[in-house]
Unconditional design. Structure first.
Length: 301
DNA sequence: CCCCAGGTAGCCA
DNA sequence: TGGCTACATGGG
């Protein structure tokens, strides 16, 4: 494997790779993060405040380029978070997640993983992703033939696997959705590349044509897989956060919340969403309750 | 045994 | 459009 150091400021591996935006990275020892980008295996660790150590099967120049793109290292995290609103919850989320970056994931990977995500806990999504990678992904080995990891399966490999084989990976009713979507892409009946050339509303509509893809999963794919940083996925957590903290005692519709979020959180609304999601999910119930009771959005009587 | 999990599709008024 | 409900499975 090739080894080198990579300059990476404002990047916390655990917050970024362990967050709910990606499901295939492993951290066996609390220090090193292992996983694949495409067919290339990576082992990453923090070496110095602004430096990562990288071990990879990829050729170094290619690996640097892949990592810079994946972690968005060309973008200034400081200037992105400056666009977030200044309310206390948002600021607390920022302070608790310094170095959390949004990843530029492969669109197919994001699509497949988030089709699996519906009504599943993050820990279980990881298990399903690992299961289909081991069953249908390609083996990634080092030069001596030692098995390092399995790549994420292609649409074609999931299409050929068949629905019942997917079901055997314990994904339940999601097997049909994932298999049908894989078939459509494999047969060229749905073009993931074209989706990326559309404007956000049209791209969202296109993704929602796929089986198992509704508004929430479409927004996740737009945000994590296509780089539409204003896409704002509304899952059960974000709905709870917006209703409890930003509209206490009002319970607005999801549609109203969507409109509010896209306006209030700004140009990188989806980025801000990830900070809120990870922060609130890590809180215990009583801490959240206190935050809500101190919300500045409570109407003054 | 209970409730819930980064939802969606199908059905009904 | 808006409001149910089934859907598979596993964690807490």
């Amino acid at each position: 494997m090739n080894s080198f150091n990579l300059r990476a400021s404002d990047l916390d591996l655990a917050l970024t790779l362990g967050s709910g935006q990606v499901f295939h990275w492993r951290c066996p020892d609390r220090v090193q993060w292992e996983g694949c980008l495409g067919m290339h295996f990576f082992r990453l660790a923090r070496r110095a405040p602004s430096t990562l150590s990288v071990h990879t099967t990829a050729e170094p120049a290619m690996a640097r380029s892949l990592l810079r793109d994946y972690f968005g290292l060309n973008h200034s995290l400081r200037s992105i978070v400056k666009t977030f609103p200044s309310d206390p919850l948002m600021q607390a989320s920022l302070q608790a997640n310094v170095g959390l970056r949004l990843l530029a994931q492969d669109a197919w990977l994001a699509l497949a993983c988030f089709i699996l995500s519906s009504t599943k806990q993050i820990i279980q999504i990881r298990q399903m992703v690992q299961a289909i990678s081991q069953a249908f992904g390609a083996e990634v080995t080092d030069q001596s033939g030692q098995l390092l990891d399995h790549s994420f399966p292609t649409p074609g490999s999931l299409a050929r696997a068949g629905e019942s084989a997917l079901r055997a990976c314990r994904m339940g009713y999601r097997a049909r959705f994932l298999h049908q979507t894989a078939c459509l892409i494999d047969q060229g009946k749905f073009d993931l590349v074209k989706v990326g050339q559309l404007a956000l509303p049209e791209a969202r509509e296109a993704l929602m044509q796929l089986p198992g893809v509704g508004p929430k999963i479409a927004d996740c794919v737009l945000l994590f897989g296509y780089g539409f940083q204003s896409a704002f996925p509304l899952d059960v957590w974000m709905i709870r956060i917006l209703r409890d903290y930003y509209f206490p005692g009002q319970s607005p519709s999801v549609k109203a919340l969507q409109a509010f979020a896209n306006d209030y959180f700004g140009r990188h609304a989806g980025y801000a969403q990830q900070y809120l999601f990870d922060h609130v999910r890590a809180l215990d119930a009583s801490t959240w309750k206190k935050l809500v009771s101190d919300s500045p959005f409570i109407p003054s009587s």
